[in-house]
Design a protein around this ligand. Structure first.
Ligand code: AKB
Length: 320
C-alpha cells in the first residue's frame, strides 16, 4: 500500500516549470520534504538554499534509485524534458531525455510503491490532423515532431502503468507557458516569453512566428496552481490517466505585442518566421479543457491583459 506522508522529488527542478513549482511545493509541504533534482545547470539561490538539492541524470536509473532510497520518496514530479524546437534539432536526444527517464520513474514508482507520479504532456501531442479549434479531450493524436511523439508515447505509458500496476499517475497537456523567472527554453511557444525580455531590453522584437498564429497559452502562476490542484485531487476524481487538456488563454503574436505597447509605447515587433512556424501550424489554436474543469475543478485566473502587466512589472524589476 502507498505511504501517507509526502516526500516529494522534483526532477527538472531548474527548468521552466520546476523553478516555480519547487518553491510552491516547499511552501505547502515543508522545505525538507521537497527534494529538487537538477541535471547540470547550477540552481538559482532560491532553489539551492530553499531545501535539499541533488544532481543526477534521470535517464540513469541507478542514480535515480539512490536518491529515491536516500530520501524515501513517495511522490515524483517528473518535469525534465527537451522541448519542441530543441527536439527537432536533436530527435535522438529528445527521445532519450523524454522517454527513458519517464520509464525509469514509472518502474521505480512500482518498485518502491510510490503514492503519486506527475508527468507533463503538452499540446504538442496533437498534430496536423487534429481539429485545431476548441480541440477536444479525446481526439486524433498524430504529432509531427519528435517532442510530440514522446508526449503521445508518455501519455500511453502513464495510462498503462495506472491500469496494469495501479500507480496513481496524473498528467496535464500544458499549453505554452509564460513566466518571468526562467528565460525562454527551446519551445515553439517561447516567443511569448522572449518578446517580454526584448521589449524591456531593446524596445523591439523579431518574432519567429508570423502574425495570425494563434496558440493556447497560460501564465505560470495558473499552471502551478492547476498542477498542484490535480495532484491533490482525490483519486476517484481522476477519470483520465492519459493526460488532461488544460487551457487558459489563446492569442497570436500581434496580440501580445499590442498588449506590451500599451505599457511601452515605443515597442515595435516584426515577423521573420522560421522552422518553428510549421510546428506551430501543426498545433491547436485553442483547447477544450472542460474535463479538467468538471472533474477536478480547474479554473484559470490570468487573461492576456493581466498576464502582460504582471510580466512587465516583474521582469522589468529583475532586468533593471
Ligand atoms: C513548446 O513550445 O515546445 C512547449 C510546449 C507547448 O510544450 N512550450
Amino acid at each position: 500500500m502507498a505511504k501517507e506522508t509526502k516526500r516529494i522529488l522534483v526532477i527538472g527542478a531548474v527548468g521552466q516549470i520546476g523553478s516555480e513549482l519547487t518553491p510552491a511545493l516547499r511552501e505547502k509541504y515543508g522545505r525538507d520534504n521537497v527534494i529538487a533534482l537538477g541535471r547540470k545547470s547550477a540552481p538559482p539561490k532560491e532553489l539551492a538554499e530553499g531545501g535539499p538539492f541533488e544532481f543526477a541524470d534521470a535517464a540513469d536509473k541507478e542514480a535515480l534509485r539512490t536518491i529515491i532510497k536516500k530520501y524515501d520518496i513517495d511522490t515524483v514530479y517528473h518535469l525534465a524534458s527537451l522541448l519542441s524546437a530543441t527536439g527537432e534539432k536533436d530527435p535522438d536526444a529528445a527521445w532519450n531525455i523524454n522517454m527513458v527517464s519517464l520509464k525509469n520513474v514509472l518502474d521505480l514508482a512500482r518498485e518502491y510503491e510510490m503514492a503519486r507520479i506527475f508527468w507533463p504532456s503538452s499540446i504538442a501531442a496533437f498534430g496536423p490532423s487534429t481539429p485545431r479549434g476548441n480541440t477536444p479531450q479525446k481526439t486524433i493524436l498524430e504529432p509531427s515532431t519528435m517532442y510530440g511523439v514522446t508526449k503521445v508515447a508518455g501519455e500511453l505509458l502513464m495510462n498503462y502503468y495506472n491500469k496494469k500496476f495501479g500507480i496513481d499517475t496524473r498528467s496535464i497537456r500544458y499549453p505554452g507557458l509564460i513566466s518571468w523567472k526562467t528565460p525562454p527554453g527551446g519551445g515553439t511557444t517561447d516567443y511569448a516569453v522572449a518578446i517580454f525580455y526584448e521589449a524591456i531590453k531593446q524596445k523591439k522584437y523579431t518574432c519567429f512566428l508570423k502574425e495570425g498564429t494563434y496558440l493556447p497559452m497560460m501564465y505560470m502562476p495558473d499552471a502551478i496552481k492547476g498542477t498542484m490542484q490535480l495532484m491533490e485531487a482525490p483519486s476517484e476524481k481522476i477519470k483520465n490517466r492519459f493526460s488532461y487538456n488544460f487551457a487558459a488563454i489563446s492569442f497570436a503574436p500581434e496580440h501580445v505585442a499590442a498588449e506590451i505597447k500599451k505599457h511601452i509605447p515605443e515597442f515595435t515587433c516584426d515577423y521573420a518566421p522560421d522552422f518553428r512556424q510549421s510546428i506551430a501550424d501543426s498545433w491547436p489554436k485553442s483547447i477544450n479543457d472542460s474535463c479538467a474543469r468538471e472533474e477536478w475543478g480547474w479554473k484559470h485566473e490570468y487573461d492576456l491583459e493581466k498576464m502582460a502587466a504582471d510580466m512587465l512589472e516583474n521582469l522589468g524589476r529583475v532586468l533593471k
